[in-house]
Ligand binder design. Structure first.
Ligand code: CAA
Length: 260
């Protein structure tokens, strides 16, 4: 599959999607979002891929936001369509039936920060910078930032970041729970790959149900969420992978999961 603004590489059950517009610091324009939508649709069907990593091309940026040049002269109706497409891509990633890891290798601003927080796990390089600077442009975050950021880091911290447009560094992002870990720039992708490969060897159906349980359960009250978890737990016992995982443990060998 060929794209103008994305690179796609697959190795050992892990796909790496690289947003590839380094001259514009990988800003998300309409075409890039359409390509991301198509790319994730293809990866969903690809049985050889169990985990996806998203990163940015070059050494400076993960994604420096939605494309300001593209947005500059949009009429409200076109702005609405652009926002809807951005939301659709972020939701696709959030609900993607395989884990998605953001390898944040530089600026993650505006739509870039929103892309990162739509992923399941965020890892950053020491030079990464985060923020929702939309208010500097006379707009609000438009790809889910006002909704996902408070859910991730708490309302008070999200208010401060979104109202001020302040940019924070990777250490601060780690302190507030916006990223899980911070690595030296040359270690970021190897570390993300190592984690992705480890996840890829686990029961794929079980990992998928874990993501569903966490994402959907967090939107429910605790009692309903626990009932929901119990239903998903029961569902595992109709899978061959449950038989394989438990047999392998008792036979003291590595499991060979088939996603069945
Ligand atoms: N959109 C379009 N182009 C962008 C861009 C963006 N979000 N961010 C950077 N670029 C372009 C610059 O225009 C510049 O292009 P030229 O070389 O053609 O002039 C190139 O990338 C390099 O950028 P700078 O020269 O500005 O690099 P710098 O190192 O001096 O600054 C930066 C880096 C602080 C990230 C700065 O580029 C910047 O502030 N970018 C904008 C960040 C921003 O406001 N993002 C939010 C966008 S709005 C949004 O995302 C809405 C939403 O929620 C959906």
């Amino acid at each position: 599959m060929d794209f103008n603004n994305l690179l796609l590489a697959k190795e050992e059950m892990v796909a790496v999607v690289t947003i590839n517009r380094p001259k514009a610091l990988n800003a998300l324009n309409y075409e890039t979002l359409m390509e991301m939508r198509a790319c994730f649709a293809a990866l969903q069907e690809d049985a050889d891929v169990r985990v996806v990593i998203i990163t940015g091309a070059g050494e400076k940026a993960f994604v420096a936001g939605a494309d300001i040049a593209y947005m500059q002269n949009l009429a409200p109706s076109a702005g609405k369509a652009f926002g809807k497409l951005g939301h659709e891509v972020m939701r696709t990633i959030e609900n993607f039936p395989k884990p998605v890891i953001a390898a944040i290798n530089g600026f993650a601003l505006g739509g870039g920060c929103e892309l990162a927080i739509s992923c399941d796990i965020r890892m950053a390089s020491q030079n990464a910078k985060f923020g929702q600077p939309e208010v500097n442009l006379g707009i609000i975050p438009g790809f889910g930032g006002t909704q996902r950021l408070p859910r991730l880091v708490g309302k008070g911290i999200a208010n401060e970041l979104i109202f001020s447009g302040n940019i924070i560094d990777a250490a601060e992002a780690c302190r507030i729970g916006l990223v899980n870990r911070v690595y030296a720039p040359d270690q970021l992708l190897p570390e993300c790959r190592a984690l992705a490969t480890r996840i890829a060897t686990r029961g794929p159906g079980a990992v998928r149900l874990c993501k569903e349980a966490i994402n959907n359960g967090m939107e429910m009250d605790l009692a309903r969420a626990c009932t929901y978890e119990a239903d998903l737990f029961a569902q595992c016992f109709s899978s061959l992978d449950q038989k394989e995982g438990m047999s392998a443990f008792l036979e003291k060998r590595a499991p060979n999961f088939q996603d069945k």
